[in-house]
Design a protein around this ligand. Sequence first.
Ligand code: AMP
Length: 527
Amino acid sequence: MNILERIRQNSLAHPDRPAVVSGDEKLTWGELEQLSTRLAAHLEQACGDNRAPVAVYGHKSPLMLVCFLACVRSGRAYCPIDISVPESRAQLILDQMDSPVVLATEELSCDCKEKELWSLEKLKSLLSQKLPPLPEAKAVSGEDTYYIIFTSGSTGTPKGVQITASCLNHYLDWSVTLGTSPEQKQGQIFLNQAPFSFDLSVMDLYTCLACGGTLFCLSKTAQADYRLLLNRLGASGAQVWVSTPSFADICLTDPAFSQKLLPHLELFLFCGETLTNRTVQKLQSRFPGAKIMNTYGPTESTVAVTQVLVDEALNSAVSPLPVGRPKLGTRLEIWREDGSPANPGEKGEIIILGDTVSSGYYKRPDLTHKAFFTCEREGKSLRGYHTGDEGYLKEGMLYYGGRLDLQIKLHGYRIELGDIESNILRLPGISRAAVIPRMSAGKVKSLAAFAVCQEPVADSFAKSQELKKRLKDYLPEYMIPKKFIFLEELPVTANGKADRQTLGNMLQPSGNPANDGSGGQALGGKG
Ligand code: AMP
């Protein structure tokens, strides 16, 4: 059954159950169904033959969900943009969307140009006006794009990953079985941590919708205020937890974060970055009644494609932890640099093949051609994706070994270092830049930027503050380097690229960088 049918059936079965709770706002299943059907008809009336994807701007409001479903019910993909995306970056995304309308549940300061802005007020007014519902056949299906999620791009421009209805449906057939049975998940409360513009949110949002549950959203404000966060967690009644391991680590710093706070919690679902033995051990002792699952996958393969239950036996026997076995419909291969298959246990690039691999990057045939391909396996044609991740397979189990390029994860956020570097170079007076991750216990802890300025820097602390402030116009907060170090020249390798090894060494305490803009001591770690 496809997701829109599942949603319709769930709304008929329990119209009064809350479908989504976000702060003081709540929407029942009956309302979600009715409002999204109504808005779909308005979209169809306004857009006519134009079936281009629609940008939906906002932050975790129930109305945002109404907008998503309205788009797909009217046969249009949607592209979520969270309020944490800076205006200039949101503008880059908006400019690529060819729909005549933009839906915004929060105030949007971007220039919508020839597009009509459907503000919160307008959306509410349209939702109060009934129109005949559209036939179900209008909805996106099969190879139609269902959503587009933008991720960091190495040249400073985010790239839009297109996920088809078929990818999402295959993903959901599997995600409802993760850790507990689909029957057990029926009507459960799912915690939403990630903003809707990150694909991790698909794991909670759509698995919850497929199981007729209630999505409990933790807003940006709640996550920024520790007391409020614990308070909201306690009020959630959550049974299924979905987050990055980093978010669980933040919660674990408070001893109150335990089964007592979340007595009904049955399942932790993790994805997006390395899950450490230490995090698992802490969770197991604080939540003895909950299962812990590690999953792995890039946005380009629809959230996740592997799973492993991390129980006490596995956690005490294996370090680092594996990321799991592939789901049904997914084939994992490890390729050497020359494209030949690696032997079991041999490291190489993780290649994902199968039914949840994206159809490519939106309007970027060049990037699509580089990363995606089709191939024959056992008489079937499969879509494939080069993850750029290093890993190996041992007895069918996948072990993740880091990145082969300059993409990193910081607190669960996917970042191309080239994206930050390109944006630093947009700032006046900067002639070269290199961003280096500071590592600790195998994870990126923070970012340091090395910059060469056209004029000598007299006060490196003031200069770094100025650059950080200016960068906020282009980059989300989590992408802004914590530390700036000003050099007269960047060390380069034989082929003229920034010598990241040397720069990394300079971040070590003994490295003693020449002009350290942190105003404090040099960062430690391996760089
Ligand atoms: P995103 O597209 O934001 O989901 O980021 C995808 C990338 O996150 C992958 O290519 C990996 O590098 C990393 N990743 C995802 N899941 C895991 C995991 N379980 N363990 C380690 N790294 C992961």
